[in-house]
Design a protein around this ligand. Structure first.
Ligand code: ZN
Length: 110
């Protein structure tokens, strides 16, 4: 059997079916290579294409978007695009909870 190491942490990689969650919706189980140490999941190209097709079918495609952080007085604000606002049924004055998913900063648009 081929031995694989995680690119992130050099942990052990196992093949298993994992739930693919996209924007809070479970798109189903897909075969992935999963790191037993850090949990990094890698999908084969064919699977990635399949997942993309499903997100398009479900109308979720293009919902994830970059947002620019603006200075508003002493705090910072972000503008949520219309598609996401509609998807989440956000209304003016509504309270939302933000949580940090990772520390990776957005790449420069190019
Ligand atoms: Zn890892």
């Amino acid at each position: 059997m081929e031995r694989k190491m995680c690119e992130e942490c050099n942990g052990k990689i196992v093949k298993k079916n994992v739930d693919y969650i996209f924007l809070g919706q479970n798109l189903g189980k897909f075969p992935a290579e999963v790191c037993t140490s850090c949990g990094e999941q890698v999908f084969e190209e064919e699977i990635t294409r399949k997942i993309s097709a499903i997100t398009k079918q479900k109308g979720l495609w293009g919902l994830n978007d970059r947002a620019r952080v603006n200075q508003i007085g002493g705090s910072v604000g972000i503008t949520i695009n219309k598609k996401i606002a509609q998807f989440l049924a956000l209304k003016k004055g509504e309270e939302v909870i933000l949580y940090p998913e990772n520390k990776i900063k957005g790449e420069k648009n190019g």
